[in-house]
Design a protein around this ligand. Structure first.
Ligand SMILES: *[C@@H]1O[C@H](CO)[C@@H](O)[C@H](O)[C@H]1NC(C)=O
Length: 212
């Protein structure tokens, strides 16, 4: 009994020093390299994604906001992805509206617009949910609530990824995809697929750290 309490005290001491060391190592706002710790946090997590270079470039501007919080990193990745989804959605809407498409391509473009719209909704919900998780960080909240939000975000983000891919699938055949339509659609949507895959990867990695 006495022994295990000593072990506990030692553990607490070590944990305490580790935390103190970590916060001491964090750069002060006045330092010229402010945010270095934060940007290496972003790079470390990005290294585990499918498209690390894209992850670095798109999330570097959020390094300060993210700090060393996985929830805020996931929020940032989802926010960037939501921006990409809105862009892709409006690009496809104007492609569909231009009216020079074959009937098959016009139908595929209409399907795309509606699927990308669903994706935008799913990502918006995901951003909101991850913002709630980020706000609750450091407070005593029920782990069950965090688990619930994170599981929902995983579901929504993977549904968005499916929507993006299905949009491009619609232009695979020659009837819809011929005459440059396939390439145009890929140009509008492929970047979004990569952003979504990265965001989902970060959420999945974060989920592994979330207590069940
Ligand atoms: C969406 O479009 C805006 C305006 O063109 C651009 O600034 C932004 O970087 C785009 N977002 C993404 C994620 O591609």
């Amino acid at each position: 009994m006495a022994r295990s309490s000593l072990t506990l005290q030692l553990l607490l001491l070590v944990a305490c020093c580790f935390v103190a060391g970590a916060s001491a190592a964090r750069p002060s706002p006045s330092s010229k390299d402010a945010g270095d710790g934060a940007s290496s946090f972003v790079r470390t997590w990005c290294a585990g994604t499918e498209y690390p270079a894209l992850c670095d470039v798109t999330l570097a501007p959020y390094a300060e906001t993210v700090g060393t919080s996985p929830a805020r990193l996931a929020w940032a990745a989802l926010t960037v992805t939501l921006g990409g989804a809105r862009n892709a959605s409006s690009a496809m809407r104007s492609m569909a509206a231009r009216g020079h498409l074959s009937p098959v391509a016009a139908e595929a473009a209409g399907d795309c617009v509606s699927m990308l719209g669903d994706g935008v909704d799913a990502l918006r919900r995901s951003v909101d949910a991850m913002a709630r998780v980020g706000e609750q960080e450091g407070r005593r909240v029920e782990a069950r609530k965090v688990r619930f939000e994170v599981d929902n975000v995983r579901t929504w983000a993977s549904a968005a990824l499916t929507d993006d891919n299905m949009c491009m699938e619609g232009f695979k055949g020659e009837a819809a995809g011929g005459g440059g339509a396939r390439e145009a659609v890929r140009g509008h949507v492929m970047g979004l697929v990569h952003l979504t895959a990265n965001a989902l990867g970060i959420v999945n990695a974060m989920s592994k750290q979330t207590p069940p």
